[in-house]
Design a protein around this ligand. Structure first.
Ligand code: ATP
Ligand code: MG
Length: 476
């Protein structure tokens, strides 16, 4: 008895109906010997048809002619990458199109085979591609399971850069060492900090977040270290500091570069001695806290300018996790977009279930100066506006800055829609659009570097960051 454990769907794209027919027959014959799988085939004449099939059915392998009318082989591969990077593609090439076949490999094709070919050879190549497909899927599923303990927000990303980062997270999380997370705004630093805590043996102990930009200098000291009653005006009762509250667990020092110099020295002492003393207090208390810090600034530069203590920098820099910007991991864009789409569709009770391939192409082409947070915001608004089941590039176009041309990511100003709104709402909507456009443009010009973008805008960096948080950040 044959044990056919699961079906394997092959999509064949060939404009020569005769060729496709012969290929199909010989393949069916060759693959019939496979005892573990059943194969089924879909044949389409053009790449456009193939993209349609992909939107409707699960496909495990694609065989496509290099030369096709309409969307050619290379363009097809590019679109495919935006859709589902897990489908291996074997390109079929004539002897006179081998150059293109080689180029196809550069664009992500798994393999190519030249006509006329031996069906046995093709069957062997198909088996190889199938194995790769299965391994990739298993890997992906395993990694996702491993990084997603219960009640923990999913960390999405399959790009090599992100996977390397996740491996590092898994390595450092169980060790109670200090971790410094660096990366542009909106890349997921906070989420990673949380992941490190959640994956540590102390995950049931407290986790405290300290946003170093949020408090004025005087207050952050008492927030961190606590104070004793009467130590300053307003200190009417004893107050425990966040460091003490985190005893046994982790403290996440967000935007550490903004910690005032005077407090940097105190923090260093806490890290070194494991002791805190509240403001106005006379006695120190031992605490056991793991420190995770994050910044979107270049700390080395700040150290060299004397704005950040070198000794503290070295203390924090034991393990550094660099979160890559979204533009350097384009493979993750469609995945993240679909993830947010599902999330917001559920939240808003919308029927939209997927992205149209044109929308994927636009999302991948955009440079995302505000990174994942910006992508999340765009998808949130798009879902709100979407009326159909599939989000189209048209529905994205008003939200997504023009991606053609220089691709710097400038958001467009609103048209005259605001004329229909009451005055205060109209003013707010125009101002918001202006601010978003302005901030994004400055950030894009400076490759996401907030310090330089702020300098260029002529406003203090802290103020720039607040505006960014307000307008480029979701309602958190
Ligand atoms: N890998 C990921 N998978 C899914 N969602 C993510 C991922 N990374 C980030 N996000 C989401 O993107 C948004 C921004 O992430 P987060 O706040 O962690 O970024 P950040 O680097 O701390 O930004 P900032 O520098 O502005 O503080 C959040 O809504 C977060 O849930
Ligand atoms: Mg953050």
């Amino acid at each position: 008895m044959e044990d056919k454990s699961h079906g394997f769907h092959i999509l064949l794209v060939d404009d020569e109906a005769g060729d496709a027919e012969i290929l199909l027959r010989s393949l069916e014959q060759e693959l019939a010997d496979d005892e573990n799988r059943e194969f089924d085939f879909t044949v389409v004449a053009r790449a456009e048809g193939a993209l349609k099939v992909l939107e409707e059915k699960e496909v495990h392998l694609i065989l496509a002619d290099v030369r096709m009318p309409g969307i050619g082989g290379i363009e097809f591969l590019k679109r495919l990458q935006g859709l589902n990077q897990f489908i291996p593609v074997i390109m079929i090439s004539g002897l006179n199109s081998i150059d293109t076949a080689v180029e196809a490999i550069r664009h992500g094709a798994f393999d190519y085979i030249t006509k006329p070919f031996n069906p046995k050879v093709l069957a062997a190549r198909i088996h190889r591609a199938m194995r790769m497909y299965e391994i990739l899927h298993q890997n992906w599923a395993l990694r996702r399971m491993a990084i997603q303990p219960e009640g923990f927000e999913t960390l999405i990303g399959v790009s090599p850069a992100f996977q390397t980062l996740l491996r590092l997270v898994q390595e450092v999380a169980p060790v109670r060492s200090t971790v410094l997370i660096v990366g542009e705004t909106g890349t997921g630093k906070e989420l990673l900090a949380r992941a490190i805590h959640n994956l540590s043996p102390e995950h049931e102990q407290p986790y405290q977040l300290v946003d170093c930009t949020r408090f004025p200098e005087g207050m952050i000291e008492s927030e961190l270290f606590g104070h004793v009653k009467g130590s300053f005006t307003g200190a009417v009762v004893d107050k425990l500091g966040l460091l003490e509250l985190a005893d046994g667990g982790s403290v996440f020092l967000d935007e550490i570069a903004d910690l005032p110099l005077s407090l940097q020295a105190r923090l260093l002492r806490v890290i070194e001695d494991g002791e805190v003393r509240p403001v106005g207090g006379t006695r120190s208390k031992k605490i056991d806290v793991r420190f995770i810090a994050a910044t979107n600034q270049n700390l080395e530069e700040r150290v060299s300018r004397g704005e950040f203590r070198k000794d503290l920098f070295y203390r924090l820099n034991v393990v550094t996790l660099r979160v890559p910007p979204l533009r350097d991991r384009a493979e993750d864009i469609p995945l993240l977009a679909r993830h947010f789409l599902t999330q917001f569709a559920r939240e808003f009770g919308k029927a939209v279930t997927d992205l149209h391939s044109s929308a994927v192409t636009d999302l991948v082409a955009y440079k995302w100066p505000g990174n994942i947070r910006e992508l999340r915001n765009v998808i949130e608004r798009a879902v709100m506006l979407c009326t159909g089941e599939r989000l189209s590039s048209k529905e994205l176009s008003s939200l997504l800055p023009a991606v053609t041309g220089e691709k710097t990511g400038h958001a467009s100003m609103p048209g005259e829609e605001y004329l229909h709104l009451p005055y205060s709402e109209a003013k707010q909507s125009v101002l918001e659009a202006f601010t978003i456009r302005y901030m994004k443009s400055k950030l894009a010009t400076h490759g996401g570097n907030v310090t330089r973008a702020a300098q260029d805008s002529g406003i203090p960096r802290q103020h720039f960051q607040q505006i960014m948080k307000r307008y480029l950040k979701n309602s958190e």
